[in-house]
Ligand binder design. Structure first.
Ligand SMILES: *Cc1c(COP(=O)(O)O)cnc(C)c1O
Length: 375
């Protein structure tokens, strides 16, 4: 049995009629960019997240980039974040000319270790970007407390965590700005690129509305250098069809995670994900830690089980940041976990049979790959 890490087609089939009707409506309407579907989606997602303002954008990367722009962060500034994430997080810091300062992670959650943030603050620090990786909320109380004491902004990278909660609040609404992605494989994915920035600040909202459309709130009046990051009506219409399902899809992911945990409970070589108290994790990924990971990954792939390494090279060791001379060994926990993690098939529509097959195969491969290792 071939089991992919995600099966987007299966989800499409559950909403096909509604999505196709919505897209057809857009095509027939003659309004293709930033029209009524964008406006309505912004309202609907504000309600879902319980936040005052939402601005649709072209991607999650643009949300991060324009968040920094709206806060006037740039050349000479430093932004604290994690190296255990997708490159877009630190790339956005680079795009505005600021320097990324990486803090090591908590090995249980893979998220930035809030206890280590304060030591990384300098007079140049302007903001912290916590990433709710794999759908798991960061330790936001500690992060907000540090930010308040040091007068820093908090930009949440919630691209993998739409619907996740920290102490009853949706992530992406706790800091100054939240950034979301609607890339097709995200928990709420559209059928192309898409993104969103959320904030409770009218000032930030107005800045981003202008920045996304060439730096002017009024057409053909340009106050600053902006970008073109407008969202298509087709994408917004699809998102409006999908949004009502996100809670049930996230709930299904949580049930699948619990079932994997149960299936792996008798195999000591597989470390299953942990959840913090008072959080609602939405399992964008279900990520285990295993010894001899690369060998196991290859064996799984030979057997048709789709597993992925998110992410194989931590950001401080990527060529893109070479000019900062970050050294190997600088973030020992990040580097160690990069070598252990493996994300397994996870999507709302996966069946129990498929999960059993993934678990059976993984346990078999892990045992075989580690048969010579003393346990
Ligand atoms: C997907 C993702 C992004 C970027 O989103 P795009 O819509 O692909 O630009 C940023 N940060 C994280 C953590 C992501 O997973």
């Amino acid at each position: 049995m071939k089991i992919p890490i995600i099966n987007s087609k299966r989800q499409y089939e559950t909403i096909a009629q509604k999505a196709e009707a919505a897209v057809l409506d857009v095509m027939r309407s003659g309004s293709y960019i930033l029209g009524v579907n964008n406006k309505e989606f912004e309202k609907e997602i504000c309600k879902f997240l319980d936040v005052k303002h939402a601005v649709t954008l072209n991607s999650g990367t643009d949300a991060l980039h324009l968040a920094l722009r709206a806060l006037d962060i740039g050349e000479g500034d430093e932004v604290i974040s994690t190296a255990f994430t997708f490159v877009a997080t630190s790339e956005s810091i680079g795009i505005v000319g600021a320097k990324p300062v990486f803090v090591d992670i908590d090995p249980d959650t893979f998220n930035i270790d809030a206890a280590k943030i304060e030591a990384a603050i300098t007079p140049k620090t302007k903001a912290i970007i916590p990433v709710h990786l794999y759908g798991q909320p960061c330790d936001m109380d500690t992060i907000i407390d540090i930010a308040k004491r040091h007068n820093l902004f908090v930009i949440e990278d919630a691209c993998q965590a739409i619907g996740a909660e920290y102490k009853g609040k949706k992530v992406g609404t706790i800091g100054d700005i939240g950034c979301f992605s609607f890339y097709p494989t995200k928990n709420l994915g559209t059928m192309g690129d898409g993104g969103l920035l959320t904030t409770n600040s009218q000032y930030i909202k107005d800045r981003v509305v202008a920045l996304r459309n060439h730096g002017g709130a009024i057409r053909y009046h340009h106050d600053e250098i902006g970008v073109n990051s407008r969202l298509d009506e087709i994408q917004a219409a699809i998102l409006r069809v999908k949004l009502p399902y996100i809670d049930s899809w996230n709930k299904a992911r949580r049930e699948h995670a619990a079932y994997y945990n149960e299936l792996f409970s008798k195999c000591d070589l597989i470390e299953t994900p942990k959840e913090l108290d008072n959080t609602y994790c939405v399992y964008h990924q279900y990520t285990v830690k295993i010894p001899n990971r690369d060998e196991v990954h290859q064996m799984l792939s030979d057997k048709g089980i789709g597993a992925m390494i998110y992410y194989p090279i931590p950001l401080h060791l990527q060529k893109v940041h070479a000019k900062y001379n970050f050294k190997e060994g600088m973030l020992p926990i990040t580097e160690k976990n990069t070598k252990l993690v493996l994300s397994l098939p996870m999507f709302a529509e996966i069946t129990k049979e498929e999960q059993k097959e993934v678990a059976r195969t993984l346990i078999e491969c892990v045992k075989e790959a580690n048969s010579t290792v003393a346990v």
